[in-house]
Design a protein around this ligand. Structure first.
Ligand SMILES: [Zn+2]
Length: 121
């Protein structure tokens, strides 16, 4: 494959666009371009799904699970901590799954407790 044209955004730029789209900051033209890319790019589509899940969690923690967008000021303070918590949760679940799959006695209990804590949150 030859290099993409200069006007073709990189994945990093798409991730910025995804962020803006979910904040309701993209024009229709930009949203259309993003939608087209997502059809062909599982990487960015997955990133968008993750971003959406984070926003759902944020909206829920803000007491408004049916919000259409999470306003920036609400995202800022807790976003980083939530990202870390979610990353930890995903990591623990993946580790837990791998543990189940590949066996290995003894060390299942702490992971189980941590999972329970995350679910309660
Ligand atoms: Zn992409």
């Amino acid at each position: 494959m030859t290099g993409p044209p200069l006007t073709h955004p990189t994945h990093d730029q798409w991730l910025v666009q995804i962020d803006a789209e979910l904040d309701g900051e993209l024009s229709l033209v930009e949203r259309a371009a993003l939608a087209k890319h997502l059809v062909t790019c599982a990487h960015c589509a997955g990133a968008r799904a993750s971003q959406l899940e984070v926003r759902v969690a944020l909206a829920r923690s803000a007491g408004n699970p049916h919000a259409f967008v999470v306003p920036r000021p609400v995202i800022r303070p807790g976003a980083l901590a939530l990202w870390v918590a979610i990353a930890l949760g995903v990591g623990l679940l993946a580790g837990w799954g791998a543990h189940q799959r590949w066996g290995g006695p003894g060390s299942g209990t702490p992971l189980e407790e941590t999972r329970g804590t995350i679910v309660v949150h």
